[in-house]
Write a protein that binds this ligand. Structure first.
Ligand code: GLV
Ligand code: MN
Ligand code: MN
Length: 427
C-alpha cells in the first residue's frame, strides 16, 4: 500500500507545506500492513470486520498494541469505544482524533482504518516536531460505525452520547439471532455496563476525524485533501412482508400469498422516489425465508437506505416507498443533516492554507458527536476510484501522507492554540 514508495511526490506534504517525517511514513506503512490481513477475503479483496467478532477482537488488540507502543493509556468506554490518551484525560478539554476499524460486508481497506492509522501516526509526527500539547489528546476507535452486524449505524458514538438507548442496543440481533448483549458476553464484556457517558463526552473539546473520501469530489477539484461542510440527512428502514410458504410448482397463482411481490414493489418505488425527489435510495440487503428456489417465501425483509440534503426530502421518499410496500417499516437508525462548525473549519482551513470543502452523503461518528454539541471537523483524503464500501475503495500513498500532514498541522494548532474553540458570538 504505502510500502516501497519514494517520498518524491510534492503531495507528501500538507497543503500548508509541512513534510511528513520518514519515520512516520514507515510506521504508517507498517500499521496498514498489520491491519491488512484482518478480516480480508482473499477471493474478493473485501473486508469483513463486524462488531464483536473474532476480527473485531484482533482489531482491538492491534489498537491497544499501537497505544502501548506510544505509551498512551488505553481505555474502553461504556459504549465499547476504544480510547488512547496522551496526557491526563482530566487535565482540560481534550483534542480527540480517530475514526473506526469495523467495515461493511466486503468493504474497502480505508473506510475507518485510514482515520485511526493517521491518528496514531499524527501522534508520532507531533512528537517528532516537539509539539508540547497544552491539553490532552486522545486517539479513538468508535465501535460498530457501519452497523453491519446489528443494524444501527454509528452505534458506538450513539450509545456514548445517549442517542441510542442502552436497552434497545442490548436487544439488537444479528442475522443469526445473537443479541448484542450476548455478543458482548461472548467477548468477555459485561452488557449491563453499556450506556452513555456524559462525563467523557464533556471532556471532548474538539473532535477531528480524517476519512477517505467516498465519492469523486476531490478528484474533480484536483485536491488531495478537503474539509467536510456537512453530512446529508440519512436513515435506515426495515420492511417486513409476511406471506404463506408453499410449493412453487403446485400452488396456483391465484392461491398464493407471496411477500416477494411487495418486496419488488418496495425496491422499484425506492428507485423512482429517489430520482423524483433528488435523493438517493438503496436496497442493498434482503432476507428471504426460507430462501428456496422452489418455495414461495414465508417472509421477506427489505432494508432501505435513503439520504438527501434535507430531512423533509428523505421523509417524502420513505413515505412513497412505504405506500408501495403496504407495511410500516421499522426505523433502524436516523441521522438528521449535520452542519460542521463553520468557524472551526475556517480556523483550521487557515492553518492548511485553503483546501476544498464539501458536503457528503456518508455517515460518520463525527456527525453524531456534532449532534451532541461537540465541535467537530472532518478531513477527507482523495479516493482516485471514487468507489467506497467495496474493495475498489482506494487512496494513493502520497494523498494519505498529505492527509497525515494536514491532520498533524490541525492537531498542532488545536493542542497549542490559545483557546481550543472560540465561544459563540453573542446572538
Ligand atoms: C457509513 O459509512 C454510511 O454512510 O453508511
Ligand atoms: Mn462506511
Ligand atoms: Mn467510515
Amino acid at each position: 500500500m504505502i510500502d516501497g514508495q519514494e517520498p518524491t511526490d510534492p503531495a507528501w506534504t500538507s497543503a500548508a507545506g509541512s513534510p511528513v517525517s520518514a519515520a512516520a511514513r514507515a510506521t504508517f506503512a507498517t500499521m496498514f500492513a498489520e491491519l491488512a490481513p484482518i478480516g480480508r477475503d482473499p477471493a474478493t479483496g473485501g473486508y469483513h470486520r463486524f462488531a464483536h467478532t473474532a476480527e473485531d477482537s484482533r482489531l482491538r488488540a492491534w489498537f491497544a498494541g499501537q497505544a502501548n507502543a506510544r505509551h498512551l493509556d488505553v481505555h474502553e468506554d461504556r459504549a465499547g469505544n476504544l480510547w488512547a490518551w496522551w496526557g491526563d484525560p482530566t487535565a482540560g478539554e481534550a483534542v480527540v482524533t480517530g475514526s473506526h476499524l469495523d467495515s461493511v460486508p466486503a468493504g474497502g481497506a480505508f473506510d475507518g482504518p485510514l482515520g485511526v492509522v493517521s491518528a496514531f501516526a499524527a501522534v508520532d509526527e507531533l512528537r517528532a516536531r516537539s509539539v508540547r500539547p497544552d491539553r490532552p489528546l486522545a486517539v479513538v476507535a468508535f465501535a460498530d460505525e457501519e452497523g453491519a452486524r446489528f443494524g444501527v449505524a454509528c452505534a458506538g458514538s450513539r450509545l456514548l452520547t445517549g442517542r441510542l438507548d442502552a436497552d434497545r442496543a442490548r436487544g439488537l440481533t444479528d442475522d443469526t439471532g445473537i443479541t448484542l448483549a450476548e455478543a458482548l458476553r461472548a467477548t468477555g464484556r459485561d452488557p449491563d455496563t453499556l450506556g452513555p457517558d456524559p462525563e467523557l463526552v464533556a471532556r471532548i473539546g474538539v473532535f477531528v476525524e480524517l476519512h477517505v473520501e467516498q465519492g469523486r469530489d476531490l478528484i474533480d477539484r484536483g485536491a488531495a485533501v478537503g474539509f467536510a461542510t456537512a453530512i446529508r440527512a440519512h436513515g435506515r428502514w426495515r420492511y417486513e412482508s409476511i406471506g404463506r410458504a408453499d410449493h412453487a410448482g403446485t400452488t396456483r397463482m391465484q392461491d398464493r400469498t407471496d411477500p416477494m411481490l411487495a418486496h419488488a414493489a418496495t425496491i422499484l418505488a425506492a428507485h423512482t422516489a429517489a430520482r423524483k425527489h433528488g435523493a438517493v435510495a438503496t436496497v442493498g440487503r434482503v432476507a428471504v425465508e426460507p430462501n428456496g428456489v422452489n418455495a414461495i417465501p414465508a417472509r421477506v425483509r427489505t432494508w432501505l437506505d435513503a439520504r438527501a440534503d434535507h430531512e423533509t426530502v428523505v421523509r417524502a421518499v420513505v413515505a412513497e416507498v412505504t405506500r408501495a410496500a403496504g407495511v410500516e417499516p421499522v426505523e433502524e437508525s436516523w441521522t438528521p443533516r449535520v452542519e460542521f462548525d463553520p468557524r472551526l473549519r475556517a480556523r483550521l482551513d487557515g492553518v492548511l492554507g485553503g483546501v476544498p470543502a464539501l458536503a457528503t452523503g456518508a455517515g460518520h461518528d463525527a456527525g453524531i458527536l456534532a449532534l451532541a454539541g461537540v465541535p467537530a471537523a472532518m478531513l477527507f483524503v482523495r479516493n482516485p476510484t471514487g468507489v467506497s464500501h467495496a474493495p475498489d475503495e482506494h487512496a494513493e500513498p502520497g494523498d494519505c501522507l498529505a492527509g497525515l500532514a494536514a491532520l498533524t498541522d490541525v492537531l498542532a494548532e488545536l493542542l497549542t492554540g490559545e483557546v481550543l474553540v472560540a465561544a459563540e458570538p453573542p446572538a
